[in-house]
Design a protein around this ligand. Structure first.
Ligand SMILES: Nc1ncnc2c1ncn2[C@@H]1O[C@H](COP(=O)(O)OP(=O)(O)OP(=O)(O)O)[C@@H](O)[C@H]1O
Length: 617
């Protein structure tokens, strides 16, 4: 249960009656509601966001951007430093937010805005709306840049120092001769942070946490798997030293497979806690007679917490690496408080005071805080759509983070502009994006056209709901001529695995799926992604289309758009940094020859599901 404590203002003394208090509270709430309403009508004059949640995000972001996640003293300094380097765009908006802040008087935001305004006036820069200035902490504003062009930036695996012969052998046997750009940057950074052994980081300090934002399919998995195996492989005692947390079973399975494959020939044991096996079987793989049997654990948050709360023998007191893959999604699931439970387990030391195994959470660095040597915990975050919202990232309690990102790869491009109030991302270079104008009833025919006429298969097709996926699958089965399958969270784990395997083997031409496989899943050979239903959020779009054009290959993405969806959707994609989405018109005459058969299939479908067929299309 989540309890929110609210500060209701100073109370004169304890003698105030409950009634008076209630009235005062009511008056305060009414006043707040009025202010909120005023703000709301003011906000409607601002550029539209695609979804209410994004509006909330954007408001929070503005606040966070102004706050910058810094302490008050740092604020003034950072703001005055950053403003000088900001490009400031005049916009035709009234400065309502600023005025409100002035009216509310004495708020911290007001102080920040005031500093910015003073500096802008001093520099003779005109700013109509303070909210258009995005101020990021330096580590977010100035990332280590990762090339997005994979093919032209391959680095021979022998050119990355610090990898032992066994790992090089494993890389070779997995067909890897070169590292991709993200791997060439991140592997050395992680290795360097563990250069001094497991107890302390470089120069005796706790190693800095690492955040990686790189396109889908750019090879982020190996960029943490390889250095973790390298650092841990010389261990003497088996303890859980690395934990990778992933949002879904499928992703946990995939990462577990990669860890297991590269740990071959070493003594490292990799264990998965994702509910694929029974709880008891997972427990047995974790420990025996209170002795750890796992060096590396790959888990989903739910199953991880189960093992921690049921005391199943999972000990995290020696944890050195915490990998948070699909980090932006994992931040969204923070309400499950899995991270605070993990951190509690990491710092719940049973060791004697002064023991080398005693550990304390990172705080201000003083000589006193560094004196006892301890195993440092380093967080490694990965995503293709890592948020740049400092407020959100702050929830992860990062220690002096470093960001590796491809988002600002082109320093002079629009994508580099720090004044945009939206997260911007890089898309895989080999991806070509199209949108296809359609009507509700032409969608199934368009899909058939792509598969049967244009021979674009294997196709991974996304719908926004399980119902649509199910009905579309039924309809195409009734139409015939296409080997189609359906994938959703309703399938049993066994069926999901089998379906993905058959799709990968080419036995299935068209896989119709909900967003269950939108993130992270690596299916080789997907030629084409179809957004049968346009995704509502930009992150969903990026992950969906990122199931093709992976590992430097090419791929196509088609999004079916109804006329009413076009404007908002295209704005959303362009704002997010898409290099360009082209219009692909399919003429009605190209669909005509399939219409008769399609009508018959619709009739049969009506019989099968005993409802009118309209909702599918
Ligand atoms: N150095 C390499 N050489 C050849 N293939 C590679 C290399 N690194 C990774 N790959 C392959 O590239 C594909 C994509 O890698 P991976 O799944 O790690 O991408 P990702 O960046 O995590 O993508 P997503 O953001 O979608 O999760 C995989 O099939 C992987 O085996």
């Amino acid at each position: 249960m989540c309890v929110t404590l609210r500060y209701l203002g100073e109370e004169e003394d304890g003698s105030v009656s409950k009634e008076t208090l209630s009235k005062a509270l009511l008056a305060k709430l009414q006043k707040k509601a009025k202010e909120k309403q005023k703000r709301h009508s003011a906000k409607q004059r601002e550029p539209l966001h695609e979804h209410p949640a994004e509006q909330v995000d954007a408001q929070k972001k503005r606040k966070a951007d102004v706050d910058g996640g810094l302490e008050p003293q740092q604020h003034k300094k950072r703001h005055s430093e950053t403003v000088a380097s900001c490009s400031v765009e005049p916009v035709e908006q009234t400065n309502i937010q600023h005025q409100e802040e002035i009216q509310s008087g004495g708020s911290f935001n007001y102080q920040c805005s005031h500093v910015i305004w003073s500096v802008c006036l001093h520099l003779n820069v005109w700013v109509a709306d303070i909210s258009t200035i995005t101020l990021l902490p330096q580590w977010l504003a100035e990332p280590h840049v990762i090339h997005t062009d994979i093919k032209n930036n391959l680095i021979s695996i022998s050119d990355v120092p610090g990898l032992c012969a066994q790992l090089l052998k494993n890389l070779h046997s997995n067909g890897i001769q070169h590292f991709f750009p993200v791997q060439a940057e991140v592997i050395p950074a992680i290795l360097e942070s563990a250069q001094q052994g497991l107890l302390i980081g470089r120069g005796g300090y706790k190693p800095r946490d690492i955040c990686v934002s790189a396109p889908t399919g750019s090879g982020k998995t190996l960029s943490f798997v390889i250095p973790i195996i390298q650092v841990l492989m010389d261990r003497v005692v088996c303890e859980v030293r690395a934990l990778a947390v992933l949002p879904t079973k499928e992703l946990a399975q995939q990462v577990h497979r990669v860890f297991a494959s590269y740990a071959e020939g070493t003594t490292l044991k990799v264990v998965m806690l994702a509910g694929q096996k029974s709880f008891a079987a997972e427990q047995a793989s974790l420990s025996e007679h209170r002795r750890s049997l796992a060096d590396i654990v790959v888990a989903t948050p739910g199953r991880l917490i189960d093992h921690m709360t049921k005391n199943s023998g999972l000990c995290l007191e020696h944890l050195r690496f915490l990998v948070i893959d699909e980090a932006d999604r994992m931040i969204d699931s923070m309400h499950q408080s899995w991270l605070s439970q993990v951190m509690g387990a990491v710092y719940r030391s049973r060791a004697e005071p002064g023991s080398v195994f005693r550990r304390t959470e990172a705080a201000c660095i003083t000589s006193a805080s560094l004196s006892p040597p301890q195993t440092p915990l380093q967080k490694l975050l990965f995503s293709a759509t890592l948020t740049q919202n400092p407020e959100k990232l702050q929830q992860l309690g990062l220690h002096q983070p470093r960001l590796f990102s491809s988002t600002y790869g082109h320093a002079d491009s629009a994508a580099a502009s720090p004044t945009h109030g939206h997260d911007r991302f890089n898309f895989p270079q080999g991806l070509t994006e199209y949108y296809v104008p359609c009507t509700m009833s032409s969608k199934p025919l368009l899909l058939l056209h792509f598969i049967l006429r244009m021979k674009l298969h294997p196709v991974l097709c996304f719908t926004n709901s399980r119902e649509t996926a199910h009905r579309l699958h039924l309809l195409l089965q009734l139409f015939g001529g296409v080997q189609a399958a359906e994938f959703s969270s309703q399938l049993s784990p066994g069926d999901r695995k089998k379906t993905l395997k058959e799709f990968e083997q080419g036995k299935i031409q068209l896989l119709i799926s909900t967003d269950a496989v939108a993130r992270g899943i690596d299916i080789s050979g997907v030629k084409c992604v179809v957004n049968y239903d346009a995704p509502q959020y930009i992150r969903t779009y990026i992950h969906r289309v990122g199931r093709t054009a992976r590992a430097g290959k090419t791929g196509l993405a088609f999004t079916f758009l109804l006329r009413v969806q076009e404007k908002n959707f295209l704005q959303m994609v362009v704002k997010a940094g898409s290099p360009g989405i082209q219009k692909q018109v399919v003429k009605p005459e190209n669909l005509r020859s399939m219409e008769g058969q399609y009508e018959k299939a619709l009739q049969k479908l009506a019989d099968v599901i005993k409802v009118l067929p309209q909702p599918i299309c």
